[in-house]
Every structure is written in C-alpha cells, then in structure tokens.
Design a protein around this ligand. Structure first.
Ligand code: PMV
Length: 350
C-alpha cells in the first residue's frame, strides 16, 4: 500500500459510515456522463490544459446487496470481481478502494464504447459512485476508486475523462490543477460522427509518447495544442463559434501531425466542412473513434452527408447544464436531443 492509499484509508476510517444495509431492496443508482474533448487531447497527458464537455449520454449503475457480480444486459456483459478481464479487475479495484465486498452491480446506458466518448470513465464513475452511496463512503473516495478502475482500462490516464464524467459540464482540465468549469455564453450544438473503428486509448497514447521521444520538436505541437485549448475556452466564454470552429480545424491538423488521425476521421472531418461546418476535428485518442463538428444551422446537412458516406452521427447539446445552473441554481442532468432515450441520472440511495 502506498502513502496516498494509506492516507485515504485513514481518512475513510474517520468518515462516519451508514450502517451496511442487508436489505436486498436497498438500491443506490448513480450516473457517469460521457464526454467530448473539445481541444487538447494527448497534449493533456503532457500537462497542457484541455477543454472538454460532458454529454448527457452516459452510463448508469445500480447497486444492490450481493456478492460482487456485475451485469450489463444491454451490452451482454457479465463478470465477477476478481475475474481476469479488465471489467472484473476494474470492479475489484473499486470494491477494494471502497472497502466493500457485499454488493452486486447492474450497469446500462447509451454511450457507445471505445469511440472516444469516455465510456470507460463514465462506467467507472457510475459504478464507484453508486457503491460509495450505497455504503456511505465519501465522494472523494468514490473518485479515487473510479481513478483506480480507469487506470486498469487505460494505464496512466490524464484524468480528463473522469473529471468530465463526474461534472457533465464544459470545463478546463489540467493535470495538477484539476477541473475548472467554464461558463459558456450560450450552449453549443455539436455534431458527433462515429468512424466505426474501435481503438485502444492506451495504444494511441503510447504511439504519441514514442513519436515525442524519437522526434523532440513534437513538443512544440503539444504546447500549441495547449494554447489552442485556452483560446477555445475564451471562445466558449464569448460564444464565438466562428473562432471555436477555426480552432477545431487547427487542432485537427496538429493531431494529424501527431499521427493520431486516420482515413475515416479525416473523411468525416472533410465531409463536415463541406456540409457547412465552421470547424471539425477528431475527439479523444484518435486512430478511430469519433469526430466533432460545429455547424450552427447546418447540423442536419452534416449528419446527412456523413450518412450518405456510410457513417453514423448524432447531435449533442453541450454547455446547457452549466448555463441552467448559473441562471437558476437548479441542476438539470440531461440536455441533448438523445436525452429522451437515456436512463435518467438518478443519484440517490433509496
Ligand atoms: O479515451 P479517450 O479517447 O477519451 O482519450 C483520452 C484522452 C487522451 O488525452 C488521449 C488520453 C488521456 O489520458 O488524457
């Protein structure tokens, strides 16, 4: 056990616990938001700032009394804590961190997996939060547990996915500094296009690390991506979509320079621009996964063009959660057009 873990256990020991319920009807549900990285993926691994936004698409987890069994009927997944699969190991890590053994977890949601929309972080966040709530553990312990699980999925993630999965808002993330919500002047409608190619974040991150080692000037590309993220934050705050679109285009070019784009991603980006987008870029680790396009008034044109080229896309509103909180003080969990198909993010023990 390292010092951080020991400290966390000491802290947990001081937290008054709710009595552990043996009532099988006692349930706890929690939600993890999917996310898009607007600008700064990969650069964020090297301590640069990045701009991300939560989606109302995501993953829910429901916890009942049990024996460490996890099921996700929608995705035909079934595992036990301790199994050698990534999912089994991730569940074990969460249970270990939260010092819990006697729960079963059911998971569901509508976030496509492995496409750069943060499904693993949303999964880890939902499961850790639901278990922590069920057993009266501190929210910080839930975050640490989710980070352990995310480490099993991705090696050494920057933490941006987890921060966005917990927040659901637009925010700036930087290693060390953490997540800072960014107030959008107006909500953004994004077109999200799926390349249909699955890829592993870990491999993409390794590829950039090797490129950086072999070609040191690549560092300046990474630093520029960080600058673009800060410029993107200002554009979001001003509601300046023209500027944000240009920044998307430049960021996509630099990510291609880092060799994380692909034929499919470039094709989606070019189709989006041809359909009237102000800008488009890959989002997440690249190699496959998804692109985002900002095309005010032309969203349907972008989707139609992607569809004609054989790609699936959808529209997501981002930033509205933060705006509602600011204007009304009321948190609204879900705000994009796919919201009606999403299980509501209920975060309460019943
Ligand atoms: O897993 P993805 O596709 O959301 O990518 C995560 C973002 C990276 O910057 C590529 C990796 C990281 O840990 O930040």
């Amino acid at each position: 056990m390292d010092r951080a873990e020991a400290r966390l256990m000491e802290e947990n020991a001081r937290i008054p616990r709710q009595p552990e319920s043996r009532d099988v009807r006692a349930r706890s549900r929690a939600f993890g938001y999917g996310k898009v990285i607007l600008i700064g993926e990969h650069a964020v691994v090297y301590d640069q700032p990045a701009l991300a936004a939560g989606l109302s698409l995501g993953v829910w987890a429901e916890v009942t009394h049990g024996t460490g069994h996890l099921t996700a009927p929608d995705w035909q997944l079934d595992t036990w804590a301790g199994e050698s699969t990534a999912l089994g190991q991730a569940l074990s890590a969460i249970l270990r961190r939260l010092d819990v053994t006697d729960v079963d977890v059911r998971v569901g949601g509508d976030l496509p997996a492995g496409v750069g929309l943060g499904s693993s972080a949303a999964f880890a966040t939902a499961v850790a939060r639901a278990i922590a709530q069920a057993r009266g553990r501190d929210p910080d312990a839930a975050l640490a547990a989710a980070a352990d699980a995310e480490g099993i999925f991705h090696g050494t993630p920057s933490g941006i996915d987890l921060a966005a999965a917990s927040s659901g808002e637009i925010g700036r993330f930087q290693r060390g500094a953490g997540w800072r919500p960014v107030a959008a002047a107006r909500p953004l409608t994004l077109c999200i296009g799926l390349s249909g190619v699955q890829r592993a974040t870990r491999d993409q991150v390794d590829q950039v690390r090797r490129l950086r080692e072999e070609t040191p000037p690549v560092d300046s590309v990474i630093a520029t991506l960080g600058q673009l993220a800060l410029a993107g934050e200002r554009a979001v705050q001003r509601g300046d979509f023209d500027d944000l679109g240009r920044l998307f285009d430049v960021a996509h070019g630099l990510l291609a320079a880092l060799r994380v784009s692909s034929l499919e991603l470039d094709t989606l980006v070019h189709h989006a621009r041809a359909a009237g987008a102000l800008g488009a870029k890959l989002t997440g680790a690249g190699g496959g996964g998804a692109v985002i396009a900002l095309a005010p008034g032309h969203e349907q044109d972008v989707l139609d063009r992607w569809s004609a080229a054989g790609y699936h896309g959808f529209i997501a509103e981002i930033g509205e959660l933060g705006l509602r909180k600011r204007d009304t003080g009321i948190e609204s969990p879900s705000n994009n057009i796919a919201a009606s198909t999403i299980p509501r993010p209920v975060e309460s023990s019943t």
